[in-house]
Ligand binder design. Sequence first.
Ligand SMILES: [Zn+2]
Ligand SMILES: [Zn+2]
Length: 288
Amino acid sequence: MDENKDASLLVIVLDTNPSQRIIREKPHNLTQCLDSIVAFANAHLMQKAQNKLAVLACHHHATQFLYPTPGKPLDIRQVDGQYEVFTLVEKTIKQKLAHMINTAPPLTTPTESLLAGSMSMALCYIARINRNKAPGSKINSRVLVVTGSNECASQYMTYMNVFFTAQKQGVVVDVCALDKALSLLQQGCDITGGQYLRLEQLEGFLQYLLWVFLPDPQMRCKLVLPPPVKVDYRAACFCHRELIDIGYVCSVCLSIFCKFSPICTTCHTVFKAPAPIAAKPKKKKLKA
Ligand SMILES: [Zn+2]
Ligand SMILES: [Zn+2]
């Protein structure tokens, strides 16, 4: 019975960067995505009166909260037959996103989305909500990332910090990839116990959201969901930010490099150049 009292906080991080292939090729896709996200967000709020929602937009120049907004909420005229909160969510999200897109600096070259930063903001928001919650109450929090961007290995460190912070705070990270497979975000889902889903087309986007991401993580083990995919656990080297299979690891700070370097660029530890393998046992023998 106690479980029924728990509120659930859903933070949606929506990638709205115009550099994404799906938006570049067909700008209308963003509208379709947004409509599905709003319907999905309202479905989450509908499940339980205590449920909470936050929506962040990750644009090419900044990340902003689309909902809730700081300050006074919008004045909403009641629509007959619709729960006021649903109207408020839809109007606020659309108005804020339109404002964000209209005031964004023009995009000259395609830029990568700073998703890792947006996810950090989501975690900060969750931490704040948890700090201010009523004593004795419990909030189950999760983050859903919806993106059509490519893999950004340049944000490797931030991603890893986000994933392990989320894991420590018991926040589940779900990812819905709309274009390419994203191995780093997939690692995040695996680390935090979330769902990773890659859609090859936008048709049925809302149906997929409702099927895979609406149920609470505690409920998911009882449902038939897409089978888990094999996680690509490659790390990105700190020197070139590229995913590598085999590399050198600093024994002091665990930084990863694709080539041997005598000084670790992260912690400045000096290493001896690797000696020829045959020479080592000889030295040991002499000492003994
Ligand atoms: Zn490298
Ligand atoms: Zn080091």
